[in-house]
Design a protein around this ligand. Structure first.
Ligand code: GRG
Length: 279
């Protein structure tokens, strides 16, 4: 299938929904509003939103029903990038070829913009139009878990303290599983949940998203093989073994979709594209 055309048809709705979610002029102090927008527009690949929309379609529902999950996950992802770039973490001056948020708007404003984006993610999710209240509640709880101490934040702490002498691939995958894959698992399973999927399908999609998220991070490690990251699969086992493990995880993830029919083709294509990407 033509993944590029698929995304070109759907991602403008994500841009529109992100724009609608961000504070309107006058709704908050101007530097905060600008700092919140800085990394949202222009954005990155919008991969996590795409997984949410394709997961809704995989369970036979209109992709529009997953938009609140798509927006919420991109807001959390963006907050995590802003905080990751801070001087107290990776201390990066540039992201996507532009000054990082703390360089453009100051460190305090960058911290607060990240905080506000994370809060906004929950506001968007909890206001999901037309979704049954139990599905919204479960999705909000899962976003909290994916973003919190057992997910993104805990994975980041382990990454910051990672012993570069450690070449245990299981330990590395556990960090990647929390720091990176938790948001992919959230997007895939809850995009479908908000679209009305039953519990069995939600679990299959969580398993799928978790494996794809780790594979995506391994592919990222392989693309950035010269990086100085301590927690890197490539550093532990080399680029070829890293790519082989990413391919095996992709195959496992696709098997987790057994029983899904034609409607999951976009999700399968997206998975392949995320793991075999070249940039
Ligand atoms: C600070 C709580 C906190 C977490 C930081 C996101 C993160 C955890 C660190 C960023 C650095 C990094 C290598 C993270 C792994 C996940 C990853 C590959 C992020 C980049 O995702 P893409 O490629 O980004 O989807 P774009 O730019 O396309 O949005």
């Amino acid at each position: 299938m033509d993944l590029r055309a698929y995304l070109a048809e759907r991602l403008p709705a994500v841009e529109h929904a992100l724009e609608a979610a961000l504070p309107k002029p006058g709704a908050c102090p101007e530097p905060l509003a600008s700092a919140m927008r800085h990394l949202i527009f222009p954005g990155g690949k919008r991969l996590r939103p795409a997984f949410a929309l394709a997961a809704a379609e995989a369970v036979g529902a209109p992709w529009e029903r997953a938009l609140p999950v798509a927006v919420a996950v991109e807001l959390v992802h963006t907050y995590s990038l802003i905080h990751d770039d801070l001087p107290c973490m990776d201390d990066d001056d540039e992201r996507r070829g532009r000054p990082t948020v703390h360089v453009a708007w100051g460190e305090a404003c960058a911290v607060l913009a990240g905080d506000a984006l994370q809060a906004l993610a929950f506001e968007v999710l909890l206001a999901a139009p037309g979704a049954p209240a139990p599905a919204v509640r479960d999705a909000a709880r899962e976003l909290a878990r994916a973003a919190g101490a057992g997910g993104l934040v805990g994975g980041q702490v382990d990454d910051l303290h990672f012993d570069r002498a450690c070449a245990d691939t299981g330990v590395i995958e556990s960090v990647h599983g929390r720091k990176t894959a938790a948001l992919f698992a959230f997007a895939s399973s809850n995009g479908a949940r908000l679209a009305g999927a039953d519990a069995g399908r939600v679990e299959q999609l969580r398993d799928f998203g978790q494996r794809i998220g780790i594979a995506f991070q391994l592919a990222d490690d392989a693309l950035d093989a010269d990086s100085d990251d301590a927690c890197s699969y490539v550093r532990a086992v080399g680029a070829a073994a890293t790519q082989a493990r990413a391919d095996a995880l992709l195959a496992d993830a696709l098997r987790a979709l057994d029983g899904f029919g034609e409607s999951a083709e976009p999700l399968r294509a997206l998975a392949g594209g995320a793991v075999r990407r070249s940039t």
